[in-house]
Design a protein around this ligand. Structure first.
Ligand code: GLU
Length: 370
């Protein structure tokens, strides 16, 4: 019998969701519905200074607006007791150790290594501190923080998108799991939740590949197998930079306010970077039937602008070379030309092109006000 698939989307409520974030949400959701599985929303709000309830509520309403049905919502801030329990287990098993360096001392060590052209990996100076020394630090007013002891091995895992992936933990600092104020950092609570919630597939951006290599060891330390990983390429803007939460124009909220169609956003966001023609899909179910995460990532998203041009060609029957040429002279002209062509080709195309053009250029807003 096959396992019941459970995927999750785990944003931090520290800003508005943008087109890049929701690509992750969509891939997770599509994977779940394709496999008759479940989709969990996990609000990663352990950073109490930067997280807000307003952003958390906005995330829920954005996902609903996009047509994503959430089976269960969890908030990490309500689960601290669970993390403590696992934390104690790991201390007992010897996977975690107390450290006493101040931030300045760590910075100094890092700078010295970098100056000697060595990787800035933490030297584990606190690993073998005597009880006496620890007590001395504590009496001086230092508070311990905790690190997870990595094996120093190469961890190899299968990735739904990238195939075999190897992460060399000898090139990584032992990750800090608990800060000196007692607050949990990302990696360990994420692993604990994935275990507790029965997550079978972790689909997220390629910026998390190293974290996955580290988390594999955390799963093992807790006596569990890792879920299946899949890391998709990140969506980037026309300059090759990842989208940022500060970019309100490309936030889901911003797109909604500008009257973009949710399915236009979903259609484009999932097909971009693939060899699949961009269509105006009618439902997420329809997309899930033809587009899996593996296909959704065959081409690096860095080529996004090029792909957008290609899809515009497909949609509105314009000439890609012409748009590209035009764009080289004037982006504004290229955009108005696309819109003109889109207008000739009917409503669906217009909705899509409006979205696509805003992906190409944040400065497109004025041109789009037609
Ligand atoms: N809160 C993390 C992020 O937004 C979650 C990463 C994950 O999927 O585990 O990057």
């Amino acid at each position: 019998m096959t396992k019941n698939i459970i995927t999750r989307f785990a944003p931090s409520p520290t800003g508005l969701l943008h087109v890049g974030n929701i690509r992750t949400a969509l891939f997770n959701y599509l994977y779940a519905i394709k496999n008759n599985g479940k989709f969990i929303l996990r609000i990663d709000d352990t950073d109490s200074e930067r997280s807000t309830d307003e952003f958390a509520e906005q995330i829920v309403s954005d996902l609903k607006w996009l047509g994503i049905k959430i089976d269960k919502i969890y908030k990490q801030s309500e689960r601290i007791d669970i993390y403590r329990k696992y934390f104690n287990q790991l201390v007992e098993k010897g996977f975690l150790y107390e450290c006493f360096e101040t931030q300045e001392e760590l910075d100094y060590k890092r700078k010295r290594l970098v100056a000697r052209r060595m990787p800035p990996v933490y030297d584990r100076a606190s690993l073998n501190l005597s009880e006496e020394k620890k007590n001395q630090y504590i009496s001086e007013g230092r508070k311990p923080y905790w690190r997870f002891k990595l094996s120093g091995k190469k961890n190899i895992f299968h990735d739904l998108v990238r195939g075999e992936v190897s992460v060399d933990t000898s090139a990584q600092s032992d990750p800090v799991v608990v800060r000196e104020d007692g607050g949990f950092l990302y990696n360990l609570p994420s692993v604990i939740d994935d275990i507790e919630m029965g997550v079978t597939n972790i689909i997220r951006g390629e910026d998390h590949v190293t974290n996955s290599g580290i988390q594999v060891e955390m799963f093992t330390s807790l006596g569990k197998d890792s879920p299946v990983f899949g890391h998709h390429p990140l969506l980037v803007d026309e300059n090759g930079d990842p989208f940022s939460k500060r970019n309100a124009a490309l936030s889901v909220k911003g797109l909604k306010e500008k009257n973009f169609e949710p399915m236009a956003i979903n259609s484009l966001n999932t097909s971009i970077g693939t060899s699949i023609e961009i269509n105006s899909f009618q439902s997420l179910k329809e997309i899930s039937e033809i587009l899996g995460i593996a296909r959704g990532s065959t081409v690096r998203a860095r080529n996004v602008a090029r792909d957008v041009f290609a899809s515009i060609k497909n949609l509105v029957g314009g000439e890609i070379e012409e748009y590209t040429k035009l764009q080289a002279q004037s982006r504004e002209q290229a955009l108005s030309r696309m819109i003109e062509d889109a207008q000739k080709s009917g409503a669906d195309a217009i909705v899509n092109v409006r979205f696509m053009t805003s992906v190409i250029s944040q400065g497109a807003a004025e041109v789009l006000a037609y």
